[in-house]
Design a protein around this ligand. Structure first.
Ligand code: AN0
Ligand code: CP
Length: 317
């Protein structure tokens, strides 16, 4: 594997789960593999889990790690070609990227959707420039359209907790005061669509995701109906994708908040969320604190997903 930007690149899923299990059970088995190799992690946006878990994963593999927050301490970067740079940005991405590539063996990039242009976001304009100009393997730490390390961790978690071969997975939209990207729900849908699990997506009208991510999932606008018999409830907010509403908050309807009444409709489902989560907007205190909530083991598996992917990239160097 050279670049990792989508869970579709994991190849055979059972093989990927096997590798992840091996990594989880033997976290220090490949300490020599990353020796004298440097990972550079570039953040255009905030992070807690991705930052720590990816760094931990690389350290488990014996790598050196450098972290740069582009917006804190680095030069502000211009991203548009052709701009007369007489504003507040002293450096262009087109120099910054190859320079960064000189200092490392592998680059992780976090660059969220900017909601300025759906075309630019869905063409992964920033991430693809890292792939094109850094000369190094690049992996996504959440880009504009996907968050594959999160999705891989989610899938590993489902694999660990599922009680039947084909569990029913319900991904539900839930309210949030700020416009959030579609990367997490897109990527989760992409991942679950690679399995033979039953998959239902529920959201208010107007929150339809891009069809290429929805795939064969059943879309159900009645959240109660969707939740019936669910084995896993995956909650997430996202801003609108469709047309002129791209990037907008259309609803803050708290009747969509996941609470104990909703969870009672399920097959004693596990509750999942990628975190960070706003309590009593997305999910009530009671549900996230219940024994069915697996948000912490889910977050713990972020080390496993990152280590499995970085290991594959190292093997290809
Ligand atoms: C981000 C998002 O929704 O994409 C990161 C989640 C992993 N969340 C926030 O910005 C709150
Ligand atoms: N789930 C996740 O990616 O969290 P961070 O934004 O804190 O990295």
């Amino acid at each position: 594997m050279r670049h990792f930007t989508s869970v579709a690149q994991l190849g055979d899923l059972n093989e990927a789960f096997k590798k992840a299990k091996h990594v989880k059970e033997n976290p220090f088995a490949d300490q020599k593999l990353g020796r004298n190799r440097t990972l550079l992690m570039i953040f255009f946006n905030s992070s807690l889990r991705t930052r720590l878990s990816t760094q931990k994963a690389a350290m488990n593999l014996g790598m050196n790690v450098m972290v740069l927050d582009v917006n804190q301490g680095a030069w502000k970067l211009e991203t548009e070609r052709g701009v007369v740079m007489d504003g507040d940005k002293p450096e262009h991405l087109l120099e910054a990227i190859p320079v960064m590539g000189c200092y490392c063996d592998m680059i992780g990039v976090r660059s969220f959707a900017r909601f300025e242009s759906r075309e630019d976001d869905y063409n992964e304009k920033i991430l693809n420039q890292f792939i094109e100009y850094s000369g190094k393997p690049v992996f996504s730490m959440e880009a504009a359209t996907r968050h594959p390390l999160q999705t891989f961790a989610d899938m590993i978690t489902i694999e660990e907790y599922k009680k039947t071969e084909k569990p029913k997975i319900v991904m539900t939209w839930a309210p949030h005061p700020k416009a959030l990207p579609q990367a997490v729900p897109n990527s989760f849908a992409e991942g679950i669509n690679l399995t033979d699990y039953e998959f239902v997506i529920t959201h208010p009208e107007g929150y339809e995701l891009a069809p290429e991510f929805v795939g064969n999932a059943r879309v159900e606008y009645d959240q109660d109906k969707a939740l019936e018999g669910a084995d896993f409830v995956y909650a997430k907010n996202w801003a609108a994708y469709s047309g002129e509403n791209y990037g907008k908050v259309l609803s803050m309807d708290r009747s969509w908040t996941v609470d104990t009444r909703k969870m009672a409709l399920t097959n004693n489902a596990y509750f999942m969320h990628c975190l960070p989560v706003r309590r009593n907007m997305i999910v009530t205190d009671d549900v996230i604190e219940s024994p069915q909530s697996i948000v912490i083991p889910e977050a713990a598996n972020r080390v496993v997903s990152a280590q499995t992917v970085i290991r594959e990239i190292l093997l290809g160097l």
